[in-house]
Design a protein around this ligand. Structure first.
Ligand code: GLP
Length: 256
């Protein structure tokens, strides 16, 4: 894992955006894994401002709430269209987001996995992290080899996400999420975390034991992960001086 600590979220987002832009420019038909939540918003704004050519880019989103129609204000379909897709020249046919209204969820999930494989796999997967360590919506105790499937949200996640829905009662109980095994097959994973409320989850994911109690800790087994943090999210890490040294001493060819 590469841990990049920046003075604030804006600096971290600008760097992460460069990573995405580099890939989009270099690989015409790249496949991106997209994330939702408040964390990736500034990164999406950066990418929009870069005026990249998205015509041949394919995307797969991590997750969606079960029961929410694409036009629902809090659906991740709506989130992606509002915050990224309608502002870039991506082709609609290349966008994939789990269908919250799918009738046969297991069949839908198997098809989603197949579509990822048919696209050649995900080149770059963007991830946020829940306060409980979830990635996508893989809640604690998720199998570390899980595939796309239905999951039940924990009370903590429903509470965390109530801010988007107005009340906790309005937050769906079920979601469809890429599995941890699915995420682990992406060729490069980029994890973003900002703010003090992510510090514990990050410390456990990066420096704790690999455990289903912190699903993001599975990323320790991935060969290419870049973690972008602000000072607050990095505040509970033990080896910060080392991470800063590694980053500051990078040879030019390794710089983002
Ligand atoms: C959400 C999403 C995750 C996201 C996480 C953190 O519920 N399913 O993909 O990374 O929880 O959300 P936020 O970025 O709003 O803190």
């Amino acid at each position: 894992m590469e841990i990049i600590i920046q003075p604030d979220a804006a600096a971290a987002n600008a760097l992460a955006a460069r990573l995405f832009a580099k890939l989009i420019r270099k690989k015409e038909k790249c496949v991106l894994g997209m994330a939702t939540g408040s964390t990736p918003l500034a990164l999406y704004r950066e990418l929009i401002a870069m005026d990249l050519d998205w015509r041949k880019v394919t995307t797969f989103n991590l997750d969606e709430y079960v029961g929410l129609a694409p036009e629902h204000l809090q659906s991740y379909h709506r989130f992606m269209w509002e915050n990224l897709f309608r502002r870039v020249n991506i082709a609609k046919k290349n966008i994939h987001i789990p269908d919250g209204l799918a009738k046969g969820i297991p069949v839908f999930c198997a098809k989603y996995e197949k579509q990822i494989r048919a696209a050649g796999g995900i080149d770059l997967q963007l991830l946020g992290i829940g306060t409980d360590g979830h990635i996508g919506f893989n809640e604690p105790t998720s199998s570390l080899t899980s595939r796309t499937r239905i999951k039940t949200l924990t009370p903590q996640t429903r509470k965390d996400n109530a801010r988007f829905f107005g009340s906790e009662d309005a937050v769906p109980h079920h979601v469809i999420t890429m599995g941890i095994g699915t995420i682990m097959e992406a060729r490069h994973c980029v994890l973003l975390a900002f703010g003090k409320n992510k510090a514990r989850a990050i410390a456990e994911a990066v420096e704790g034991p690999i455990t289903a109690m912190n699903p993001a800790s599975a990323l320790q087994m991935h060969s290419k992960v870049t973690v972008f943090l602000d000072e607050a999210a990095a505040s509970k890490l033990k080896l910060t001086a080392y991470y800063r040294w590694v980053y500051d001493s990078k040879p030019d060819w390794q710089k983002i």
